[in-house]
Write a protein that binds this ligand. Structure first.
Ligand code: ADP
Ligand code: MG
Length: 367
């Protein structure tokens, strides 16, 4: 087990009296050297969590430990934590090198060492030739690389990044995701990264804590999160999922038979769901739903009759909107260029492998 660098213990945060908690009873460990991402929709408490670790917000309850020490009474600048925000927050009147050197100047690091560390930090983010430029002479991506160099130049124990790529366009964002991942791998620096973008979280992270309503729903590595979501929220938020409402018709150990609201009865693995009569959501990943001509037998006896509503070509894959004959829609996804499809409105068979359907408790529905 890697050493714990940061520990949140029963941390709760309410802004003002009587309001709902922005963060509720948070327990979370960050290991030295890991890149942990806080992933969740807007307003789920990610920034509040980050700001409490940085020292810009104070927990209402609970403790935050950095290297085993309670940091409640340590001022932000004494925590020695690097922070990068979505807005670059570079000093416009300073050159790139002066911006990066700033945390070293504040700490009284001598000239020679300052220049040396600044040069290495700029090389790390591939801005060697940009030392004398001003921020306005840089693109958005370059400015954010300067911000990253500035956050890392004093070798902090942990770097916090709050939606640092949010202002960049898609191609640049994806390039920067890989760059941050490679810097993390090369230097082994501990990072806590905040994003609402699940693809970004999957790309970057050693582990992901999924936030919703101020709570962590699940904290796991990307594969685990995708393959074994703990609840319907995580199943729907990480990757795409069909979430079909229904009622448990019968339960046999870990397997349930569910009557979907749209008609069909399906068998599903019981992940986190109740017994007979309870409301549930059956999750099936679009890429696990196979389709074939209605008269083909290659899907086996599990095939369900359906109608192809629409096929959407997206270059590398095709998205198929399908309707069960008894009603209700599902999405299927498959590589482009394989097999033929009937025209929209035509009959089709759909099936998924045993185990691909997983039933979760449906907290939103009262039976
Ligand atoms: P996220 O970063 O996941 O979008 P935040 O941590 O910013 O979420 O916000 C969590 C909740 O706390 C939201 O309901 C938000 O409106 C509230 N909140 C955040 N900052 C403040 C503040 N300074 N004053 C009052 N409420 C706040
Ligand atoms: Mg935020």
């Amino acid at each position: 087990m890697a050493e714990t660098l940061v520990r949140f213990e029963g941390v709760r945060k309410t802004y003002g009296a009587g309001g709902p908690a922005a963060v509720q009873s948070l327990d979370l460990d960050i290991a030295r050297g890991e890149l942990l991402t806080l992933l969740g929709p807007s307003g789920s408490g990610k920034t509040t969590t980050l700001m409490m670790l940085a020292g810009f917000e104070t927990p209402t309850e609970g403790r935050i430990l950095l290297e085993g020490r309670d940091i409640a009474h340590t001022a932000p600048h004494r925590r020695g934590i690097g922070v990068v925000f979505q807005s670059y927050a570079l000093f416009p009147h300073m050159t790139v090198a002066e911006n990066v050197a700033f945390p070293l100047s504040v700490r009284g690091v001598g000239r020679a060492e300052r220049d040396d560390r600044t040069r290495r930090a700029l090389a790390m983010v591939r801005l060697d030739g940009f030392a004398d430029r001003r921020p306005v002479q840089l693109s958005g991506g370059q400015q954010q690389r300067v911000a990253l160099a500035r956050a890392m130049v004093f070798e902090p124990p942990i770097v916090l990044l709050d939606e640092p790529l949010g202002a960049l366009d898609k191609a640049l964002r994806e390039e920067m995701q890989l760059e941050i991942r490679h810097i993390h791998q090369r230097l082994g620096v501990t990072m806590m990264y905040v994003t609402h973008d699940q693809a970004e979280a999957l790309t970057l992270s050693d582990r992901i804590a999924v936030f919703e309503g101020g709570r962590i729903r699940q904290c796991a590595d990307p594969t685990m999160l995708y393959d074994r979501p703990a609840d319907a929220f995580v199943a729907g938020f990480v990757g795409e999922n069909n979430l079909l409402p229904g009622i448990v018709a019968s339960r046999d150990g870990d397997e349930v038979s569910v009557r979907l609201r749209c008609g069909p009865v399906v068998t599903a693995q019981a992940a986190d769901c109740g017994g007979t009569g309870e409301a549930c959501l059956v999750a099936i990943r679009p890429e696990r739903i196979a389709v074939a001509d209605a008269d083909a037998s290659d899907l086996g006896e599990r095939a369900q009759p359906a109608t192809l509503l629409e096929a959407i070509f997206l270059g590398d894959h095709v998205r198929l909107r399908l309707a069960f004959d008894e009603g209700g829609e599902v999405l299927s996804k498959r590589p482009a260029g394989i097999g033929r499809l009937p025209a929209p409105g035509g009959p089709i068979s759909i099936a998924w492998p045993e185990g691909a359907a997983v039933a979760f408790r449906d907290a939103s529905t009262k039976v």
